[in-house]
Design a protein around this ligand. Structure first.
Ligand SMILES: [Zn+2]
Length: 154
């Protein structure tokens, strides 16, 4: 996220303002240094404000519903998904169900909306790290599992 926002800021023109050649175009040499210094401070303040806003928005970007009562593996997987895939809509954990996976805190539903590419990437990533998170199985692109990936961990 930090890298993305820095790139966006540099394209927005905030960074371009600290270009000394541009300052020199419309400032006399005697004031160029002062103007450059002031503009640099303003540009830095703009960048820092943008980063603070981005990081506080990122902290709550993926809601976790039913996080209380998750097993350690399920909790670790939920934290990993939240940190790695900010495009995830939400993650569902503990809830009543006819099957034991969700009530026991061993299952997550990772909601991806209609972004099937994101679902494909997450499903492949989870399967490739099955050992790390104790993954027993995932359900993706099967009946009723086109808008979320179901994961059961041990
Ligand atoms: Zn599920």
């Amino acid at each position: 996220m930090y890298r993305k926002s820095l790139t966006a800021l540099s394209k927005s023109g905030a960074v371009a303002e600290i270009n000394p050649h541009r300052v020199h175009d419309f400032c006399r040499p005697a004031v160029a240094n002062y103007a450059f210094s002031t503009m640099k401070k303003i540009a830095l303040a703009t960048i820092i404000a943008g980063l603070v806003a981005t990081s506080s928005a990122t902290a709550s970007a993926v809601p976790l519903v039913g996080g209380g009562g998750l097993t350690p593996n399920a909790r670790a997987l939920a934290q990993y998904i939240t940190a790695t895939y900010p495009g995830v809509r939400s993650i569902g954990g503990v809830r009543p169900d006819s099957r034991p996976d969700h009530p026991s805190g061993r299952a997550l539903d990772i909601m991806i909306g209609s972004d099937m590419g994101l679902g494909d990437a997450i499903n492949a990533d989870i399967q490739s790290q099955a050992g790390r998170f104790g993954v027993e199985y995932t359900m993706w692109r099967v009946a009723s599992h086109f808008d979320h990936i179901h994961v059961t961990v041990g």
